[in-house]
Write a protein that binds this ligand. Structure first.
Ligand SMILES: [Cu+2]
Length: 143
């Protein structure tokens, strides 16, 4: 009887999760207001199981994970195509656009409001204009 109830509970939680899983869209852009080479959102908060879909609204951009929670495999998309990724491991994911990594084209996804790996995000090596963007991302994460 106990096993049976456990099975029902598992089934409910799995289906409940997939019913509520969301897809959040982020645009890859040449220009947004006064900024060039940017993702439309620098900080996106999602829950485990949610998907982020990056839209190739402008050509020549991609998504490459730079710093992730432990145990997450490397991820790098092709240039100029829509790409999506489902986030299952809680924590902060810092990613960059490979061609524009020194032009400030970096952003983060925070999964499950978990910021346990913030130290590794703070010490991530980024160059050029991305240093300033990382500082403003960290300010947003800490507020
Ligand atoms: Cu880019």
């Amino acid at each position: 009887m106990y096993k049976f109830l456990l099975l029902i509970g598992l089934t409910l939680s799995v289906s409940g999760n997939s019913l509520m899983a969301a897809t959040i869209e982020v645009e890859m852009l040449n220009r947004l207001g006064k900024e060039s080479m940017v993702y439309s959102q620098s900080v996106v908060n999602v829950q485990s199981g949610d998907t982020v879909k990056w839209l190739a609204s402008s050509k020549g951009h991609n998504v490459q994970f730079l710093t992730t929670p432990n145990g997450v495999d490397a991820f790098k998309s092709k240039l100029s195509v829509d790409v999506e990724y489902t986030f299952n491991v809680p924590g902060i994911y810092l990613y960059q656009c490979t061609p524009h990594k020194s032009m400030g084209m970096i952003a983060v996804v925070v999964v499950g409001e978990n910021k346990d790996n913030i130290d590794s995000i703070m010490t991530s090596r980024v160059g050029g204009k991305s240093k300033k963007r990382l500082a403003s991302i960290l300010t947003a994460l800490n507020s």
